[in-house]
Ligand binder design. Sequence first.
Ligand SMILES: Cc1cc2nc3c(=O)[nH]c(=O)nc-3n(C[C@H](O)[C@H](O)[C@H](O)COP(=O)(O)OP(=O)(O)OC[C@H]3O[C@@H](n4cnc5c(N)ncnc54)[C@H](O)[C@@H]3O)c2cc1C
Length: 461
Amino acid sequence: MTSQTRPLPVAVIGGGFSGLMAAERLLNALPPDRPVLLYERSRPFGLGLAYTTANPDHLLNLRATQMSADPDRQDDFAEWLARTQFDVTERRGIRVTEAGTFASRGVYGRYLAARWERVVAGAGDRLQAIHAGIVDVERAPEGFVLHDGDGTTRRVAGLVLAMGNLPGPVVAASRYRRDPWRPDTFGSLDPDRDVLVIGAGLTMMDSVATLRHAGFAGRIVAVSRRGLLPKPHAPVAAGHRPSLTPEIRASARKLFGAVRHAVASAEAAGADWRGVIDALRPVTDELWTGLPPTEQARVLRHIRPYWDVHRHRTAPPAAEAIAAEIRRGQLVVRAARIVALSDTPEHAVVTIRPRGTRDRETIAAQAILDATGFSRLAETEDPLIRALLRRGLIRPGPFGLGIAATPGGAVTGPEEGRATDAPLWAFGPMLRGVLWECIAVPDIRDAAGDLADRVARRISG
Ligand SMILES: Cc1cc2nc3c(=O)[nH]c(=O)nc-3n(C[C@H](O)[C@H](O)[C@H](O)COP(=O)(O)OP(=O)(O)OC[C@H]3O[C@@H](n4cnc5c(N)ncnc54)[C@H](O)[C@@H]3O)c2cc1C
């Protein structure tokens, strides 16, 4: 069969982990004559933002045993680690701890690159991996027309949006702002002047490792509303899930009261709080989607920062490195709000209000790294997201997070919860807001098969 007589392809936009998983499973689920296109604008295929780093101190925040990319073989990554030869830098990035083995994200990127090669080899000419950024999408009778940045257009029968976390919000404009993922843009930093990191979570920890790797020896000040640091993993298995009645499940306060109670009981019995948190993981999406919107808003406002530091834990060596920085006074973590920011010729003047006070303090920052994570859909300057919003093809998800979609990923229109007639899906962190657990490797890996089946049913039907 020639390419002219083939049915139109299904396209995936975004060649990170979500794109790799979606493309791989679509190749299995779609009829064998249906091609798959995968677009990636800037990185090697399969790695995305998280796994392109070469810094051996950028560690995975899950154990090797949790990071398999193969839904049918839970130990695939751990076994690959055991049989692969590594160079000196890579070996530095593999840390065996009491809580399990944690590899660097660069090593994990190598694992994904090997998987990608196998997918390409197995797919033959059915898979087209295109290094281009899609900047616009038009609805067409048979699906969509995709426009890439070079002016090339392609017709497709269906489209999966897998563009990952949207770039962080611009808290305030400053010419001292630097991209935490681009150390090449840091310039030469003066060891006698502060660098400000906005946020205190996993991305802040990464930013500290990036700054040190880039040779910065000065003081780093991290500012976040609550100043909470991610907790480290420990050698603990999942414990008992607290019993959650329908009454408890309907209220944010009661739900988290029940979790706190279960943690207290576990600790009184000599067990670790982590067991309770981990036991909740299989039902977190269900708990989130079961809460009324007003209660979901309460979770986001009051509970999420505490939940995140307990649930999204860090590798013990990364936590130890941060603790050592704090002990030496090289890293100062402030619980405060940024209330003003202005630039002088030498530095940015950042005014903060420490939590629980009316005081004002200023920080003179020679560079500012925004480590707050992801932005709300409407705030992003991403050209494709802006084009999709303009054309009415997508809407912001609940609370402005991610894209409005069904829990299965079908993009929904103005009628709440109803999929549009367009063959359009969102996948991975783009579903943030609809789902709670959609951002980490195990969630994305396990969800890809169902997504591909739904796409195949819709396209074939
Ligand atoms: C720094 C960091 C560390 C993390 N560590 C872990 C971890 O240890 N364990 C874990 O389970 N999870 C971790 N995560 C969570 C992470 O979100 C997932 O593991 C996963 O990598 C998400 O992949 P993604 O493909 O959805 O997004 P991304 O990795 O962001 O990939 C999206 C890709 O889409 C491309 N793209 C975007 N727009 C376009 C366009 N218009 N056209 C073409 N291409 C486009 C981008 O260039 C990018 O490569 C981490 C996340 C980050 C940011």
